[in-house]
Unconditional design. Structure first.
Length: 307
């Protein structure tokens, strides 16, 4: 009799333990959600490691700051483990509710992290650094004053402050357009203001190409290589891009003998690459009465990061 009763108690205890821990499908789902959360923690640690050498955006914030405020939040890191613990020790109904909430939190945080990452891929993130580099190199005020540019920045900042990274990414195109316009306008004004006596020319370092027969009344470029072929790898790694205005002295033989940077991109390596492009190009000198004449040609070389 006692043996039968003891056996009944043991079986009852095992059944209760099984009920509280959930069925096998529930335990399997717990494992799945645990793996998802572990992967998110790995992404978080990776983002923190990258932050050591990361640059900040125009707000002075780093990518990890946005991620930890809006995606990998303290609430997420506290709530998900608590829900998993509940699911491990509860029956199927309660476990399912806990797992559903945990999965939703992880999915929502992952989606937000992708939105943040997309924003940080936009060129507008570093627009102030780009303007500062351009301005300092060209003797302009480092602090931007263009009204449309500052207005575009304010609009994007408003979206970012509210955590709307999708709208911020879309609106950042207005910053890019305004920045290009401001740099172009400032560059044109500088190019018009500088004459040859204000420029520092460097002499050609390679032999002149064969003369180009020309009947043009105005000098011009006969052939120019693609900027992509001269884009410095180090500049690409640093996401440096910009336009350089170059001036070349063209001899009557159509050989470009000297070169000067009229408007700097703000990045020395890009400026030097633009000079190399100018030297690799071929020109046609202007002619008067059938004879070539010396002249100066001003043109732009633009380096743009491809998406």
């Amino acid at each position: 009799m006692w043996r039968v009763f003891a056996l009944f108690v043991l079986v009852s205890a095992l059944c209760c333990a099984e009920a509280s821990a959930g069925t096998r499908p529930t335990r399997k789902e717990v494992t799945t959600v645990e793996k998802q959360f572990t992967m998110m923690q790995i992404w978080h640690r990776s983002a923190r490691a990258e932050a050591k050498n990361a640059s900040h955006d125009f707000r002075g914030r780093h990518k990890i700051d946005d991620l930890e405020q809006w995606a990998y939040t303290p609430r997420l890191n506290e709530r998900v483990p608590a829900l998993l613990e509940t699911a491990r020790n509860a029956g199927d109904t309660q476990a399912k509710a806990a797992l559903d909430e945990a999965s939703q939190l992880i999915a929502s945080s992952s989606a937000r992290a992708r939105e943040i990452a997309n924003y940080w891929l936009t060129p507008s993130v570093a627009w102030r650094s780009r303007w500062s580099a351009f301005a300092v190199a060209n003797g302009l005020p480092a602090e931007p004053t263009d009204a449309s540019l500052l207005e575009a920045e304010q609009k994007v900042r408003g979206f970012l402050d509210s955590g709307d990274f999708i709208s911020a990414t879309s609106a950042s195109a207005h910053i890019d357009a305004a920045l290009e316009s401001a740099i172009r306008g400032a560059g044109m004004a500088r190019a018009e203001a500088l004459d040859n006596s204000n420029l520092k020319y460097v002499a050609r370092s390679t032999p002149c190409p064969d003369s180009v027969a020309s009947t043009a009344t105005k000098l011009g470029i006969a052939r120019a290589p693609s900027p992509e072929d001269y884009y410095p790898a180090a500049s690409k790694r640093r996401d440096e891009q910009g336009a350089i205005v170059v001036r070349a002295r063209i001899a009557p033989t159509s050989c470009a003998t000297d070169f000067a940077v009229v408007v700097s991109s703000g990045y020395p390596e890009l400026d030097q690459a633009a000079i190399r492009i100018a030297e690799a190009s071929t020109y046609s000198a202007a002619t008067e009465n059938g004879q070539g004449v010396e002249g100066y040609l001003t043109f732009k070389v633009k380096f743009t990061m491809r998406p």
